[in-house]
Design a protein around this ligand. Structure first.
Ligand SMILES: *Cc1c(COP(=O)(O)O)cnc(C)c1O
Length: 397
């Protein structure tokens, strides 16, 4: 029985193939395609000599199991040859905070994009500040101008491409060139595109993070996070994971592997449906702007085209000025779009947002109420009808 993951291919496998074949060890699984879900803590050593030498592939489940190994190998194959290792965390936020603790220490300074995921901002302003690390927020459209914000103690730059509410598209290669010239590491929260659509480690990023709760899990049924690092960053990342005791439960790791196997087909559909809904919304009289990087009208479109091979199903719209009760009438009228946080699952979601009160380096004044939509895997004609019903209620209120 061949194991396609280790047949010694003569050229690198394409991403879709790597997602299906990597991390498989069918011989060890007595022919089964999938790895076992190892519920375990203790690993037994057969002899005293083995015990003293810590001999054996696994030592203790917190450091890895056959299940985590299969996941890590699959994500590494997707990230590409620049990836030196994948760390796993119990949530996306834990992946981010663990990474920041790995690269920063008391007296250091970090540059963080102003459109950052808000709980990341809370961590920088809270625990990280308490540990003596200073944060400066920057306008994510700053590009090479970020050079002016560096201090002698700046150790890292954190970007999100694009921001998961407002969809600004930072120029990662330009930011990375400056950061590396200054001796700092670049961290990218790559949850929106995933490494399937954005190979950030090839574009100058040192550590690429996934809230795998979103598209990798893909079914709104797990909390999970990943840290993919290049050779420069990996030793500090894995050491910090070990010292902090970060790990994840085997059932969630298994569901994340299962999610990776179908990531390419799901994302291709999210891309198609998302773009079709974005174009449909752009033509609606109630909508003054659609914030979707794959639309030609988006200010970050050229960067998206250069650095990304696809778009996911998450984007935002700005409605024409209207009172809150009109927006609430829209939200209450839609039935297929659920009101809830998170995204990346099979289902469509809608949520109002306003980041004006907590931004510090850039101004958020879009000129009307803002809604973020996640386009799920439903039929787009049904989704259009649902939003049309919402707009009717919006106009009537
Ligand atoms: C959801 C999200 C996170 C956090 O992931 P959790 O698994 O919910 O902790 C981080 N970054 C972005 C961009 C997210 O959307």
């Amino acid at each position: 029985m061949n194991s396609p993951g280790d047949e010694g291919a003569t050229r690198p496998l394409k991403a879709e193939t790597a997602l299906v074949t990597a991390g498989r060890d069918t011989k060890a699984q007595k022919g089964f395609v999938n790895p076992p879900v190892v519920h375990g803590s203790t690993v037994l050593y057969p002899t005293a000599e083995d015990l003293h030498a810590h001999r054996g592939e696994f030592r203790y489940a917190r450091y890895g199991t056959p299940t985590t190994k299969a996941f890590e190998q699959t994500l590494m194959a997707l990230e590409g040859p620049a990836c030196a290792g994948v760390g796993i965390a119990p949530s996306g936020l834990a992946a981010i905070t663990t990474t920041l603790l790995a690269v920063l220490k008391a007296g250091d300074h970090v540059l963080v994009c102003d459109n950052v995921y808000r709980p990341t901002r809370n961590f920088c302003n809270g625990l990280l500040a308490g540990y003596g690390v200073e944060t400066t927020y920057f306008d994510s459209m700053i590009g090479a101008g970020i050079d002016a914000l560096f201090k002698p103690n700046t150790k890292a730059v954190l970007v999100e491409a694009p921001g998961s509410q407002t969809f600004e598209m930072p120029d990662i290669p330009a930011i990375a060139a400056v950061a590396h010239a200054r001796g700092a590491l670049v961290i990218d929260d790559n949850t929106w595109a995933t490494p399937l659509f954005h190979r950030s480690l090839d574009l100058g990023v040192d550590i690429s993070i996934q809230a795998a709760t979103k598209y990798i899990g893909g079914h709104s049924d797990i909390m999970f996070g990943t840290i993919s690092a290049n050779a420069r960053a990996w030793p500090d990342v894995i050491e910090t994971i070990r010292q902090l005791g970060i790990c994840a439960g085997p059932d969630d790791v298994f569901l994340a592997i299962r999610g990776l196997r179908t990531l390419a087909v799901r994302l291709a559909q999210h891309h198609r449906s998302g773009l079709e809904m974005a174009r449909w919304l752009a033509a609606r009289p109630e909508v003054i702007e659609v914030l979707h990087p794959a639309l030609e009208s988006h200010p970050g479109h050229a960067i998206w085209k250069r650095d990304f091979t696809g778009a996911s199903g998450l984007f935002s719209i700005i409605l024409k000025p209207a009172p809150e009760k009109s927006v609430d009438a829209l939200l209450d009228a839609v039935k297929l779009f659920g009101m809830g946080y998170s995204w990346g699952g099979f289902e469509s979601l809608i949520i109002p947002f306003d980041c004006a009160s907590y931004r510090t380096a850039s101004k958020w004044a879009p000129g009307g109420p803002a809604l973020r939509l996640h386009i799920g895997l439903e039929n787009v004609e049904d989704l259009k009808a649902d939003l049309a019903r919402g707009f009717e209620a919006f106009n009537a209120a």
